[in-house]
Design a protein around this ligand. Structure first.
Ligand SMILES: [Zn+2]
Length: 202
């Protein structure tokens, strides 16, 4: 006897939903059933939003998210302190910093941190674009806001070695972020304190 399951389009919808982070088999099934049973425009609106959001690009300067323009809202803003440049690991590290209002300069997202074990070397990160940026528009201060783990430390050392001699003052945020916990998970007070207590490097 053939085992009865949902029709193929529903099974495909469940399969696709399961590819999303934090969606397990039960959740995928519940969402899929909700979608096929809802009789209003909500599912169309959701699928439209997915298509629209997938055209989001990364800023050619800092690596943050932007729409179809080449520069993000931060880089194109006339109100930022352009002489301060804050280096973070991921573009997702920028929003927690922005929410605190502790920093009004510009950012540069590396796209990760140096990690020989994971085969992440300098060429895999946006380090060349950082060098080019500094050369083109030298900031007064370059602030490293990297995580306080071994890889974050290695990345900081690499950048200090690389950029010493460019005339840019280099600092790092205070070590208020616990080991292994990136900026993304740090609370606002921690971030504000980390920023105001930054220390010189080199
Ligand atoms: Zn940008």
């Amino acid at each position: 006897l053939k085992k009865i399951d949902y029709p193929e389009p529903v099974r495909e919808l469940i399969r696709q939903l399961r590819r999303m982070p934090a969606i397990g088999p039960r959740s995928a099934e519940r969402i899929a059933l909700w979608m096929i049973q809802s009789r209003d425009s909500r599912t169309v609106e959701i699928s439209d939003a997915i298509v629209k959001a997938s055209s989001i690009r990364t800023c050619s300067l800092c690596g943050f998210f932007c729409d179809d323009t080449s520069l993000c809202a931060i880089c194109s803003s006339p109100d930022r302190e352009r002489q301060l440049l804050c280096v973070v690991e991921q573009p997702t590290d920028i929003l927690p910093l922005e929410r605190t209002g502790a920093f009004r300069g510009l950012y540069h997202a590396l796209g990760g941190k140096l990690s020989p074990l994971d085969h992440v070397s300098p060429e895999d990160l946006r380090i060349e674009t950082l060098q080019a940026r500094i050369k083109q528009e030298p900031p007064q201060e370059l602030i490293l806001a990297l995580s306080a783990d071994v890889e974050g430390e290695a990345t900081a050392h690499y950048l200090v070695d690389l950029l010493t001699g460019t005339g840019t003052r280099m600092t790092r945020i205070a070590q208020g972020l616990s080991v292994g916990l990136g900026l993304e998970n740090a609370d606002e007070l921690t971030i504000t304190r980390a920023f105001s207590g930054r220390t010189p490097l080199h």
